[in-house]
Design a protein around this ligand. Structure first.
Ligand code: UN1
Length: 501
């Protein structure tokens, strides 16, 4: 099956006339489809249509725009199982997780739908009599959206839904590894626009342009008619986007890397902490920006906890995520698996680090058909090792030891990133000290580093982000501008700061 771009309300072949294959990472013989490898000219067409659509879409009342998202959420709910199956097929994580990914999209859609009836502004008193001060949220304009493959539904919805309900129009470039989920999502949005607006349908509210970062992504971030960029991906790419898009004063939201840690204190409920680290480190095959890639154990429980962890991790079943009983899917691609293997080799060269589990490509039976890598654990890791500092984005966990709460928090903070974090303790004083002192956008007490909820602010500090948040109420600040309005009903020219002082 050959797929198309959606531009100006029509499904079109790319002007480049080039396509790339999308294959199942658990079975490279399974071809899912051919997707456009679009050209810069496709982006130009998409932006032109989004620009035109913006002048109409901004005038559709926000509650009506919310109705479109209400219908989108209903459709996503109805098609949840099918979407999850296809997502597992194209990016590998297990079906329970892809259902969660779709659910995050549904939650985000319902939230955005209801926000159409809020989008609150503030009023403030005027310093002059018979004068009223109001403020309104207005849309920003045309947005460019560049999204990753690890959450092919949730992340695009975090961006597109709030943007749309605020009255912006969209040019969306999904990850090349997950075009199918993006296709279905955009198809659902477009169908909903048709059904809700009827004959008043506006072509170009949402445009989908498949293709590479180097061609389509670059064309988006350089385009003079794009007003804002929302990106999730690596810190290196994010820095480049900020540079390029910043030069033309685009508004830019960046969600980037992480090197998240879970602390386990000596008073922790160990069984709970074990469940959490297995979930956080090996869920999504470690390919989340919130994944647990460091485990910091209090020295008093270190040996006992590590032994239990290895036992439990050994039992994780690898396989195709749509098969029953599978715990861990493949790496998303051959390239990603190579990166993981390279980091394992880097870890093996460290004097004190000890490989205690995995550390190799999985070769058993049908696993040779995909990009599987065994869940891997290094113990004896210290904070300056590369496997303790760099984001690996795979099933590799580095275990470090701490002598006290203060040292554990200090190790946790000793990273250039600051996305998610976790501490297991039964001591309320330790828990609140951690909340106060951990430098990260998200802190879990007695929970894994993964699993943020869609209505809460999502994002991080330091090189993880550039000050914005996705999710919940906070994202609406990114997708709107404030307009201050003064209404003078005094019948004379009142000069603020002058006539009243
Ligand atoms: C990501 O890895 O980029 O908090 C997003 C979580 C998910 C989202 C992860 N809800 O783990």
């Amino acid at each position: 099956m050959t797929y198309k771009n959606l531009i100006n309300g029509k499904w079109l072949d790319p002007l480049s006339n080039k396509y790339t294959e999308n294959r199942n990472p658990a079975d490279s013989g399974d071809l899912i489809g051919l997707f456009p490898a679009s050209a810069k000219e496709d982006v130009d067409e998409a932006v032109k249509s989004a620009r035109k659509a913006y002048e109409k879409w901004r005038l559709v009342p926000a509650p009506r725009r919310g109705d479109v998202l209400k219908l989108v959420s209903d459709k996503l709910t109805r098609r949840k199982d099918e979407l999850a199956f296809e997502m597992t097929r194209e990016m590998g994580k297990v079906i329970a997780e892809t259902k969660g990914d779709v659910q995050e999209g549904i939650d985000t859609a319902y939230y955005a739908a209801s926000e159409g009836r809020r989008l609150f502004g503030y009023n403030a008193p005027s310093e002059l009599p018979n004068k009223m001060n109001l403020s309104f949220r207005v849309p920003v304009g045309v947005g460019g959206f560049i999204t990753p493959w690890n959450f092919p539904m949730a992340i695009p919805t975090w961006k597109l839904f709030p943007a749309l309900v605020c009255g912006n129009t969209c040019v969306f470039k999904p990850a090349e590894l997950t075009p199918k989920t993006a296709h279905t999502l955009v198809e659902i949005i477009d169908e909903s626009l048709h059904e809700v607006l009827g004959s008043a349908y506006i072509a170009g509210v949402i445009n989908l342009v498949h293709g590479s970062g180097s061609v389509v992504g670059e064309a988006i971030i350089n385009h003079p008619e794009i007003d804002l960029i929302s990106f999730t991906g690596s810190t290196n790419v994010g820095k480049r986007i900020n540079e390029v898009a910043g030069a033309s004063l685009k508004r830019v939201s960046l969600e980037m890397g992480g090197k998240n840690a879970q602390i386990v204190m000596n008073d922790a409920n160990q069984e709970l902490a074990l469940d959490a680290v297995l979930w956080g480190a090996f869920g999504t095959t470690g390919q989340r920006c919130t994944a647990t890639s460091r485990l910091i154990l209090h020295e008093k429980i270190h040996d006992e906890f590590l032994a239990k962890l290895i036992e439990r991790a050994k039992k994780l079943k690898l396989g195709y995520g749509n098969d029953k009983g599978v715990d861990v899917g493949p790496c998303v691609s051959e390239g990603q698996r190579k990166t993981v293997d390279e980091y394992v080799k880097i870890g093996l060269k460290e004097d004190k680090a000890k490989l205690v589990l995995g550390g190799e490509i999985a070769q058993e039976g049908s696993l040779t058909k995909g990009w599987f890598y065994k869940p891997t654990i290094f113990s004896g890791v210290t904070r300056n090792m590369r496997i303790a500092r760099e984001e690996i984005f795979g099933p590799v966990l580095s275990v470090l030891k701490a002598r006290s709460l203060e040292e554990a928090i200090d190790i946790l903070n000793d990273t250039k990133y600051g996305l998610s974090s976790s501490i297991f303790t039964q001591d309320v004083n330790s828990a609140f000290t951690a909340v106060r002192d951990i430098k990260a956008g998200i802190t879990y007490i007695n929970g894994a580093t993964i699993g943020a909820e869609a209505h809460m602010p999502f994002g991080g500090v330091k090189e993880t982000g550039n000050g914005h948040r996705e999710g919940g109420w906070t994202v609406y600040d990114f997708y709107t501008e404030w307009k201050a309005v003064y209404v003078d009903y005094s019948g004379k020219l009142q000069r603020a700061q002058i006539d009243n002082y």
